[in-house]
Design a protein around this ligand. Structure first.
Ligand code: ADP
Ligand code: NI
Length: 221
């Protein structure tokens, strides 16, 4: 049997720690989200010619101590990621590269521009966004809305395109409005050609659901 390389060992140890940490999480940021994003990121990264180790590590760690669950602390995630990477023997350069991606990955409102300079980060951000689209995206949106006791829809509450991260995180809309406020915007914010291609398909599926939801709301069969 060939022995595992240090990269394989690092990836296996981080995967195991992240799986343990996220198992049983119910807000749409559970282990399976991490696993789906990692799979997609690696697939996009392969097509785009990105560094596979950086892509896989950043995808595995992208939601660790997310700022949305940390009172808006932008860097809690990368601090937690750095500790894990160091614990499992990643060198400083790799740790820095991965942590920089983690700091930049999250969606912070319709009017807040993305800032993701590295190809690897772009692959991970595309994969994370793809998991907010399509059939899975619909399921996650309603699971999130349910966890916050939000109404499915209210025709009297109009969608808002948030100009700042602060306005975005403090907003109290309906779940259907989240489609206008974030989900339908994502296909035009994809970075890679591969991500764009996948997003078009998922966007169309989601739009069909949304239109049908409103038809049924208005009494159509
Ligand atoms: P990201 O991984 O881009 O940071 P979020 O943490 O913002 O994504 O969201 C996690 C999941 O919950 C996504 O599927 C997202 O669309 C959904 N979600 C976030 N905010 C809302 C909301 N206000 N209403 C419904 N779903 C939401
Ligand atoms: Ni995510």
């Amino acid at each position: 049997m060939p022995t595992k390389t240090s990269t394989e060992t690092l990836l296996a140890s981080i995967t195991e720690d992240v799986r343990k940490k996220f198992e049983g999480e119910g807000t749409g940021h559970d282990w399976w989200h991490i696993k789906r994003v990692t799979q997609l990121a690696v697939r996009i990264g392969t097509e785009e010619g990105a560094d596979a180790t950086v892509v896989e590590l950043a995808a595995l760690l992208h939601d660790i101590d997310d700022w949305k669950f940390n009172g808006g602390d932008d860097e809690a995630g990368s601090r937690a990621a750095a500790l894990l990477l160091k614990k499992h023997g990643a060198d400083d350069a790799l740790t820095e590269t991965v942590c920089d991606i983690i700091d930049r990955v999250s969606f912070k409102g319709a009017g807040v521009k993305d800032d993701m300079p590295s190809l690897e980060g772009r692959c991970v951000q595309d994969a994370d966004r793809l998991d907010a689209l399509g059939a899975i995206g619909i399921a996650r949106a309603f699971a999130y809305g349910g966890s916050k006791a939000r109404p499915l829809y209210d025709p009297n509450v109009k969608p808002v395109l948030h100009a700042t991260k602060k306005a975005y995180i403090s907003s109290e809309g309906t779940t259907l409005n989240h489609f206008d406020e974030k989900l339908f915007l994502l296909k035009d914010r994809m970075h890679t050609a591969t991500g764009k291609r996948f997003a078009e398909q998922r966007h169309a599926r989601m739009k069909e659901f949304y239109d049908q939801f409103l038809n049924e709301w208005n009494g159509e069969v």
